[in-house]
Design a binder for this molecule. Structure first.
Ligand code: DNO
Length: 404
């Protein structure tokens, strides 16, 4: 496994020096300043590569930009409306430019409107650490009473609707505003501050779109980009829905093993691959992550390792982002499955033996607390996660254990 780290660019509170000290081997980044649908030019790509390549004192960092997360897919492509054909051509051109700069792994997602969604970005744990949380009744309170989406109440179990009304009654105006802000944080371009009206407008664009249609659009997109990726030597990897169930009446199509199997078969090329995110997929009790790695590992091009604790047994539950070795996913079994896949690749003579992984998200601990960093991406919390995962990787790969 290749130990990588997500870096948001020069504005990231975590520096290149910090990444080096965390012991990472490669960097995951994106050109966040370029609007979705616009071209990633060779100049802009080279500039980010240079930024990753130097430490504060000007010496070489020895780190390279190895994975793109994400090359965003425009809403027009997902809807097949407006400028979608032009956006598709631009996406391919950006992919070519990235490949020419030496980057082979490109992550993207196909979630309409919302990327990831939480109700709390800094939920306090008993230890005083904070983490991100998705609370189903709070989310329902937002959907039914704050956004006032028609038909929302019918989409939740009765107990959630009743609880949502109680929650709303207990919220002051500040909490209502914070809840709305947290929920829309994962919207494309959310930094620009979306209003509820903006959210309603985005949702209206998808009114009546079925999961089947969205899946067909994803397959159409892949039929265009994956053959080119295969030809130029790029590995594409689709990130799962987070959380992995429909929200706000929007279709979601990459939430389960069956979803992935269908899309992998529909465009049956190695370049059409998977970002296996144990945190996103782990928010559903019916997703077996080590099993998915065993069964679909040959198409897994990128790994996000983190863990969530579910607070119920339903398909939709409240959950919080737990420590990397806590929560519902057996991380030792997961890493064992990854190492087994890497050994299979080696035996087959594949060149992409080492799968890039990054410690995904982390709780805010120690000096992370009170820093206004990117939610989910604190330096120390992630470093703790990486250190724990690295311990498992090292132990499972040791002759004492392998030979046992
Ligand atoms: C959240 C991330 C996602 C992810 C995109 C990939 O922290 O896991 O925003 O980067 O969905 O396209």
């Amino acid at each position: 496994m290749r130990q990588t780290w997500r870096w948001f660019g020069p504005k990231d509170l975590v520096s290149v020096d910090d990444m080096r000290q965390a012991g990472v081997e490669g960097v995951v980044s994106a050109l966040h300043h370029i609007p979705t649908g616009a071209l990633w030019t060779p100049d802009e790509i080279a500039r980010r590569q240079r930024q990753i390549g130097v430490m504060r004192d000007g010496s070489a960092s020895g780190l390279n930009w190895e994975v793109v997360e994400s090359l965003p897919v425009s809403e027009d492509i997902k809807k097949q409306k407006g400028d979608w054909r032009a956006h598709l051509e631009t996406w391919k051109e950006s992919m070519r430019n990235l490949r020419a700069a030496g980057i082979e792994v490109i992550c993207y997602n196909f979630m309409p409107v919302l990327d990831w969604t939480r109700t709390d970005l800094a939920w306090r744990r008993p230890s005083g650490a904070t983490c991100m949380r998705f609370d189903l009744p709070d989310f329902a309170a937002f959907d039914i009473h704050i956004l006032e989406r028609p038909g929302a109440a019918e989409e939740f179990p009765e107990w959630v609707v009743a609880e949502a009304a109680l929650r709303l009654a207990g919220m002051d105006e500040d909490r209502k505003a914070a809840l709305a802000r947290n929920v829309v944080f994962g919207l494309p371009g959310a930094a620009e501050q979306f209003t509820l009206e903006d959210v309603r407008r985005h949702l209206a664009e998808y009114a009546g779109m079925s999961a089947g249609t969205l899946r067909r659009h994803l397959i159409d997109f892949l039929s265009e980009v994956a053959p080119l990726a295969e030809e130029v030597g790029v590995r594409l990897c689709c990130h799962p829905d987070d959380p992995p169930f429909p929200l706000l009446g929007l279709p979601r199509v990459m939430s389960t093993e069956a979803d992935y199997a269908e899309v992998m078969q529909a465009v049956d090329l190695k370049a059409n691959g998977i970002t296996l995110c144990t945190g996103s997929l782990g928010a559903r009790p019916d997703n077996d992550l080590p099993g998915m790695m065993e069964r679909m590992g040959e198409r897994v091009h990128f790994l996000h390792l983190r863990n969530v604790t579910l607070e119920g047994d339903d398909l939709r539950n409240s959950f919080f982002e737990d420590g990397h070795l806590d929560g519902g996913t057996d991380m030792v079994a997961m890493i064992a499955a990854v190492l087994a896949e890497e050994r299979r690749r080696e035996a087959e003579g594949r060149t992409d033996i080492s799968i890039p992984m990054r410690p995904d998200h982390g709780q805010d601990i120690l000096d992370d607390l009170g820093r206004k960093g990117q939610p989910g991406y604190p330096a120390i919390g992630r470093l703790k996660g990486l250190a724990e995962l690295r311990g498992i990787m090292t132990a499972l790969d040791h002759p004492l254990v392998r030979g046992a």
